[in-house]
Design a protein around this ligand. Structure first.
Ligand SMILES: [Zn+2]
Length: 119
């Protein structure tokens, strides 16, 4: 499977995040320093690609190239803490309630990471 953004996620799928020496978990992995404590003792940590919906918004007019409106953007708070914003998998949906359990899926070729309601 070819991944669209292999620096951000694996084909499990899992998200490529990181953790500082004091335990703060973040996404994506970076080496500049912990956003909470400033520590530069950061190491990669794979994050479970599941969490809860925080918010969603459907885009009806889109001026960019390569993506046809309408589509829905979701903000998902991962079970391990960090927030991720990405596309909702499947057709647009304005009826998702905050708190809905969500899980990641890989969609398309090359495969991109999106989120969908968990069953
Ligand atoms: Zn820290």
């Amino acid at each position: 499977m070819t991944l669209l953004k292999p620096d951000l996620y694996t084909d499990a799928p899992a998200l490529k995040g990181g953790r500082c020496a004091k335990g703060h978990v973040f996404f994506p992995m970076q080496t500049y320093g912990c956003e909470t404590c400033g520590s530069t003792e950061l190491r990669p940590q794979e994050l479970k690609a599941e969490g809860a919906l925080v918010a969603s918004a459907t885009v009806h007019l889109h001026n960019g190239k390569g993506r046809e409106a309408p589509f829905t953007i979701v903000a998902v708070k991962l079970a391990e803490g960090p927030m991720v914003r990405t596309l909702l998998d499947g057709p647009p949906n304005d009826d998702l309630a905050p708190g809905t359990p969500m899980k990641a899926v890989l969609s398309g070729e090359p495969a991109d990471l999106r989120f969908a309601p968990a069953r």
